[in-house]
Design a protein around this ligand. Structure first.
Ligand SMILES: CC(=O)SCCNC(=O)CCNC(=O)[C@H](O)C(C)(C)COP(=O)(O)OP(=O)(O)OC[C@H]1O[C@@H](n2cnc3c(N)ncnc32)[C@H](O)[C@@H]1OP(=O)(O)O
Ligand SMILES: Cc1cn([C@H]2C[C@H](O)[C@@H](COP(=O)(O)OP(=O)(O)O[C@H]3O[C@H](C)[C@H](N)[C@H](O)[C@H]3O)O2)c(=O)[nH]c1=O
Length: 229
């Protein structure tokens, strides 16, 4: 077999938020035919470089592997139309009082993650989703976090981000056995804002989440591989 280089045109964007949060020096490849040809000396200054590639771009997959990139995760991106006939669910808006419980839940429940060992430190992934849900409650990343409670106890949560005047994206969604209600709540949140498309992404291995999103009316829009070096 002859191994020859496969041209990859990309620039590197520093992942400033992640670098501060994880105390690393990481960047992400942004692919662009007008960008310079990728070379080792562009990658070397970083302790970690991430790349997210559409799964159908097998030439890119081969090219990045020649630079030493390794497969870390697969991601499925789904979307659904919101419609106008959604019933109001019995959810509450999370407030700062809910943060400690939500942080604890989020740190434990998202077991599949691209922020996993050996690429990140043990505990980094849990700490990341805990921060994500806290920032959703505070409206500093996702915009709001909706809670499903039973007798005052949180059964599930879903964080929501409005992307533009038509679309929203679910940030984090969790609650064993209450996925359908959480999806209904997400859809209603969109309807209230006049949004038409609801997007959601999950890890390719998360079959429970994939089943839930599809049963709730979503269809697969795209799939991607995460590679790191
Ligand atoms: C946008 C995102 O945040 S993507 C990440 C989605 N969230 C998570 O993965 C958090 C953990 N999972 C959950 O909170 C829920 O399982 C959801 C929201 C994904 C789906 O909820 P529901 O549709 O109500 O399904 P339910 O929780 O009953 O799970 C379906 C089945 O998968 C199983 N299952 C769910 N998660 C897992 C898991 N991580 N490992 C093994 N089995 C699991 C459940 O036990 C259940 O099995 P059963 O039917 O034999 O009882
Ligand atoms: C909390 C927070 C995060 N960020 C930054 C940090 C990252 O660069 C991105 C989020 O990256 P994303 O690819 O979305 O992360 P995940 O792969 O973990 O997410 C997927 O899986 C989750 C379980 C969930 N389903 C999610 O919807 C998926 O996308 O954002 C930031 O800049 N500021 C913040 O406050």
């Amino acid at each position: 077999m002859t191994i020859c280089s496969i041209p990859v045109h990309a620039r590197i964007e520093s992942l400033n938020w992640e670098n501060q949060f994880f105390a690393v020096n990481s960047g992400i490849l942004r692919f662009d035919d007008g960008a310079p040809l990728l070379a080792e000396q562009h990658l070397d200054p970083y302790s970690r470089i991430q790349a997210k590639i559409p799964t159908q771009q097998t030439a890119l997959l081969d090219g990045l592997q020649l630079f030493g990139f390794k497969l870390v995760e697969g991601e499925v991106d789904l979307a659904m139309t919101v419609g106008m006939q959604n019933a109001a669910p019995s959810v509450q808006l999370a407030t700062s009082v809910d943060i400690p419980v939500l942080r604890d839940l989020a740190a434990k429940i998202f077991t599949q993650s691209r922020f996993r060992t050996p690429w990140y430190q043990p505990g980094d992934s849990g700490r990341f989703y805990a921060q994500w849900v806290e920032n959703a409650v505070l409206g500093s990343f996702d915009h709001e976090c909706l809670l499903l409670k039973d007798a005052g106890v949180i059964q599930g949560f879903v964080s929501m981000r409005q992307l533009n005047e038509r679309e929203a994206r679910i940030g984090l969604l969790a609650g064993r056995g209450v996925g359908a209600q959480l999806m209904d709540a997400a859809r209603f949140w969109c309807q209230l804002r006049g949004l038409q498309i609801l997007r959601v992404a999950t890890q390719i291995s998360n079959t429970a989440a994939l089943r839930r999103y599809i049963q709730s009316g979503a269809t697969i829009e795209s799939t991607a591989f995460w590679l790191y070096r």
